[in-house]
Write a protein that binds this ligand. Sequence first.
Ligand code: URA
Length: 190
Amino acid sequence: MLKWRELYEECLQCNKCDLGNKRTNMVFGDGNSRGKIVFVGEAPGADEDRIGLPFVGRAGQLLTKGLTALDLIRENDYYICNVCKCRPDNNRVPYENEAEACLPYLRNQVALIKPKIIVCLGATAMKYILGNDFRITRDRGKWIERKGCYIIATFHPAALFRDENKKVLFWEDLKSVKKKYDEIKDDKII
Ligand code: URA
């Protein structure tokens, strides 16, 4: 397992898949690396690629607005990153080889943070974190405990622009995350 600086340097130099050749910026992650919650999205979009930070575009702003309303603040309460650290062309879903090449970096980040809660944002994050047996429409909003970590999936915030009906469920899921966070945030290790 690499330490933060080594991991960051390795990601900066990464050319394990074709996305590395086309990126403007590698989008490593942002927020509190000691936070108890990690949000995981799919891959950077155009704004994220340009700026170098995750979830800063339209979908990210919607997510941030919802989390702020629940008093969950990026700098204090959570870390946010993606399955892939480089932008796929036209925001397509990352190919399996691209996601698999990038996953060790995400695993290393999670191992360093040791979060109590992981939130998968959308089907791609759900697939690579929970596995192929899960379906976003069927299984979102359900808590799954693995190795002492609570994992939940919800819709990707970009999906809310395509289907207004998802907003209510998305909001319910964020509230469920906040509730779980309030339950565990003062837990002591010993
Ligand atoms: N969508 C994602 O999945 N991640 C981002 O960082 C931005 C948009």
